[in-house]
Design a protein around this ligand. Structure first.
Ligand code: AG3
Length: 281
């Protein structure tokens, strides 16, 4: 018997993958969590039926949510991740030797627990044994409300703006992020597909611009997300992602990347016209 899983991207379109077995399926206080084995993409984690990560293409998302900001900020010592319970974002942050502490604030402890169990290539740094990583199982909004002038970089590694992540796309949240950042702080947030999510992007970028003086969108190719054409928001107090990019530090990095490189750091900010139009002021 063939077992195919489909994430619906609209009423009429979806992505379908052949799966071989279910490793975990259960409901937390917040959402439905499933981890399945696929034939093409390795293990895949779903939240409320939406693809969060697959072992085969997660490197793209995780390199791109981390390295552009970390190679733009002049001295990133303290980094906060909101969401990101699979640990992939923390893994990439740990490759930067100047980072002294990374805090992971994930609302759902079950996501952390099952990622450690079934997605070890992502979750190795969030198992409680890395002294440079601190875990908080808490609502990102509640946590950030208590932080002032604390972080160099804040990465919002959220799900889509339905379910527990809705508040992470709102202006009030961005104001709290702004306050939690230091004077030269940078925030990155995953910002959906320019192809399918024009309305969400329009609202999100308007909210960001109401709070941050510098707001840019950049793109990445992520085959298992809706349309494969995905985006991130770069929002910052003083640093510009291209003008302040530390090309030298990026070129001399002592770790390998499979998607990110110096040319792409700049190229990712070049957008097709329809994507620009989504977020036009
Ligand atoms: N964050 C999920 C991005 C949204 C995917 N949306 C979708 N499949 N409809 C990924 C978390 C990785 N750390």
């Amino acid at each position: 018997m063939d077992l195919w899983y489909t994430e619906k991207h609209s009423d009429n379109v979806g992505i379908t993958m052949k799966t071989t077995r279910t490793l975990f399926s259960g409901k937390s206080e917040y959402q439905q969590l499933d981890i399945v084995e696929t034939l093409e993409f390795g293990r895949m984690m779903l939240l409320d039926g939406l693809v969060m990560v697959t072992e085969r293409d997660e490197f793209i998302y995780h390199e791109m949510i981390v390295h552009p900001a970390l190679f733009t900020h002049p001295n990133p010592k303290k980094v906060l991740v909101i969401g990101g319970g699979d640990g992939g974002t923390i893994r990439e942050i740990m490759k930067h030797p100047e980072v002294e502490l990374a805090v992971l604030c994930e609302i759902d402890g079950l996501v952390i627990e099952k990622s450690i169990e079934f997605l070890p290539s992502m979750a190795a740094d969030i198992d409680g044994n890395n002294p440079r990583v601190k875990l908080h199982v808490d609502d990102g909004l509640a946590y950030i409300r208590e932080q002032q002038n604390e972080f160099d970089i804040i990465l919002v590694d959220s799900t889509d703006p339905i379910g527990p992540a809705v508040g992470l796309f709102e202006k009030d949240f961005y104001t709290l992020v702004f306050t939690a950042l230091k004077d030269d702080g940078i925030m990155i947030a995953q910002s959906e597909s320019p192809f399918y999510h024009a309305v969400i992007q329009k609202i999100m970028y308007r909210n960001l611009r109401a709070v941050f003086p510098i707001v840019e969108m950049y793109q990445a190719f992520i085959p298992t997300y809706p349309s494969g054409f995905w985006s991130f928001a770069f929002a910052s107090k003083t640093c510009h992602p291209c003008n302040d990019f530390d090309h030298d530090r990026s070129a001399k990095r002592n770790f390998h990347t499979r998607y990110y490189n110096q040319d792409l750091h700049l190229g990712a900010f070049m957008l097709p016209t329809f994507a620009r139009d989504n977020i036009a002021e």
